[in-house]
Design a protein around this ligand. Structure first.
Ligand SMILES: NC(=O)c1ccc[n+]([C@@H]2O[C@H](COP(=O)([O-])OP(=O)(O)OC[C@H]3O[C@@H](n4cnc5c(N)ncnc54)[C@H](OP(=O)(O)O)[C@@H]3O)[C@@H](O)[C@H]2O)c1
Length: 246
């Protein structure tokens, strides 16, 4: 497929590498220009482009920017033809994304994103840490392959997102409607805990809407207490912390 990726950070980079390796025609852009995109991001065939070109002539557009930047990329998304599938990877952390005063704890972040983008979206790749996403891909059928929940209301968008999740090396699990995607938000048992397809349904069902914002904030507080902004946090440490608190 022809795929555009907005955001060349930790998630966008792995997406570009894996999707290009799987045979897709991938363009990727950030806000600073194609020359600032790392060569390793392009090592499997993705092309760095200017952000104004990333959404042109693609079948799928993936937004992978901080939630507070979603309104900035919305005009690009809105200009794509209606048949372009839009997939978003966002998560909401009140501290990091504090600028979004209109998004409350009780709100479903992907509904907020869909409203801002003015399009149906599929939510995918949000519930895996950047480290596990980069390091723990496995072939289809491999024992203990990690599952990634995919939520959405539009059949075509969800099916496309699920096929692409499989192409990135993870089992795709249909997590239902966008309105239910709070079950895969930070603070829930399915969020960044590296579960398999067998384990994921119970984790999604066990999500507690009242407690998850507090659990999310506890994990964030533990991280900022334990690590400075320049410290590298091991992915396994993060998954263990998430499993303990969520
Ligand atoms: N990190 C994780 O473990 C993780 C896991 C799952 C999901 N997520 C979610 O996935 C999204 C991306 O996360 P990340 O960790 O990859 O973020 P990141 O490393 O901070 O990278 C963000 C990227 O977005 C780009 N960007 C920001 N504003 C832009 C704009 N207006 N136009 C074009 N590009 C823009 C940045 O480009 P410039 O640097 O050029 O501005 C950068 O390449 C976030 O919503 C995050 O919550 C993160």
């Amino acid at each position: 497929m022809k795929i555009g990726i907005i955001g060349s950070g930790m998630i966008g980079t792995t997406l570009a590498q894996r999707l290009a390796k799987a045979g897709h025609e991938v363009k990727i852009a950030n806000s600073r220009g194609p020359e600032t995109i790392e060569l390793t991001t392009l090592s499997t065939g993705a092309r760095a482009v200017h952000v104004s070109d990333v959404a042109a002539d693609v079948e799928v557009l993936i937004t992978s920017v901080p939630l507070s930047r979603v309104p900035d990329v919305a005009p690009l998304v809105r200009e794509t033809p209606a048949e372009t599938v839009i997939i978003d990877t966002s998560n909401y952390y009140p501290v990091r994304d504090g600028a979004i005063s209109e998004l409350d704890d009780g709100q479903v972040e992907s509904l907020w994103v869909a409203e801002r983008l003015g399009r149906p979206i599929a939510k995918a790749w949000n519930a895996i840490t950047a480290q596990s996403f980069a390091d723990k891909a496995a072939a289809a059928g491999a024992a203990d392959r990690i599952a990634i929940p995919v939520a959405g209301d539009d059949d075509k968008a969800k099916k496309t997102a699920m096929a692409l999740v499989e192409d990135t090396g993870f089992d795709a699990f249909d997590a239902g409607a966008l309105a239910d995607s709070w079950r895969q938000q930070p603070g829930t048992p399915a969020y960044c805990t590296d579960l398999t397809t067998t384990e994921l349904p119970d984790a999604l069902a066990a999500a507690d809407a009242d407690r998850s914002p507090r659990r999310r904030d506890l994990v964030f507080a533990a991280l900022t207490e334990r690590f400075g902004p320049e410290d590298e946090v091991s992915g396994d440490w993060l998954v263990r912390l998430n499993r303990a608190v969520y």
